[in-house]
Design a protein around this ligand. Structure first.
Ligand SMILES: [Zn+2]
Length: 288
């Protein structure tokens, strides 16, 4: 049984803090990057399995309406997240992730998308906005969340980068969109690579390994696998290379050291659960 106390011990380190909202009914923990905590113009977080109402393989804070969980439970989970951030459900915008590098600008006109109403967009793995009070939400169970905050132009970006997104440089695509929409200079951006699968857990096939060897300078991103003909892929180092080569300063970048697959009781992991799981959420919002 996972308790909040041993969860804190497992996750609090030099990169993350664990913040918890307590009510009479529940305790909702949220992982926070220390680098982002210093910034007062925005709020962020990465959810865990704890603090929700879903049961079984979705226990407990599942944020997916499309993996077979009871929609009423998922909606209750969203209510808790919206309370945590102090917004209404109508002020959350969720992505429609299909492993693309498509990034769109969203506004309050998109509010509630994927929760209280149908989205009017499809195939969107990244979102940017400069509207305060609009909570961006993207979803995970081993793939990599990327967070961006431009403190000069007061703008944010949040994107989903699995292996396809990473090899196609989703992080650079998100920064490019922020430049186009807001005039963002990557040198002003605070960025973070969120909880996701570690190299030791992430076995890939030869075609994926070769695509990364071709695209990236750091050859340690792909290591020989534990099994013949397989490889171990480091999505953390690969995304780090993407972001630094796109102009993010090293001192403005936080990289996770928490693996979803190593912590399957605390975090949803597609690999560890063999696909029987819910979704975690990454959240980012400008303050009003
Ligand atoms: Zn791991």
């Amino acid at each position: 049984m996972i308790t909040l106390q041993n969860f804190k011990q497992k996750t609090e380190n030099k990169i993350f803090d664990l913040d918890t909202k307590k009510t009479l009914d529940y305790e909702l923990p949220m992982l926070k990057f220390q680098l982002f905590q210093r910034e007062k113009g925005m709020q962020h977080g990465f959810s865990t399995r704890l603090g929700g109402v879903s049961t079984g393989i979705y226990e407990s804070l599942n944020l997916s309406f499309t993996r077979g969980d009871d929609p009423a439970s998922v909606l209750d989970n969203y209510r808790r997240v919206s309370d945590y951030f102090g917004v209404d459900l109508e002020h959350i915008v969720t992505s429609d992730q299909t492993h693309t590098t498509n990034v769109i600008e969203v506004t309050s006109l998109h509010g509630g998308s994927g929760i209280t109403r149908e989205r009017d967009f499809t195939d969107v793995d990244g979102m940017v906005t400069k509207e305060p009070g609009l909570l961006l939400a993207t979803f995970y169970a081993d793939c990599v969340p990327l967070y961006f905050y431009d403190s000069v132009h007061k703008a944010i970006g949040l994107s989903h980068s699995g292996w396809r997104g990473t090899v196609n440089r989703m992080g650079a695509a998100t920064l490019e969109k922020m430049k186009e929409c807001f005039g963002t200079n990557p040198e002003d951006v605070i960025a973070a690579i969120g909880p996701s699968i570690c190299q030791d857990c992430y076995e890939v096939s030869e075609d994926v390994a070769f695509a990364f060897k071709k695209e990236f300078l750091n050859q340690e991103i792909v290591l020989p696998g534990k099994k013949e003909g397989k490889y171990q892929l480091d999505l953390w180092k690969a995304n780090r290379e993407v972001l630094l080569s796109a102009g993010i300063k090293e001192e403005n970048l936080a990289v996770t050291n928490i693996c979803t697959c190593c912590n399957e009781q605390l975090l949803f992991s597609h690999r560890a659960s063999q696909g029987r799981r819910g979704n975690l959420g990454a959240f980012l919002m400008l303050k009003g």
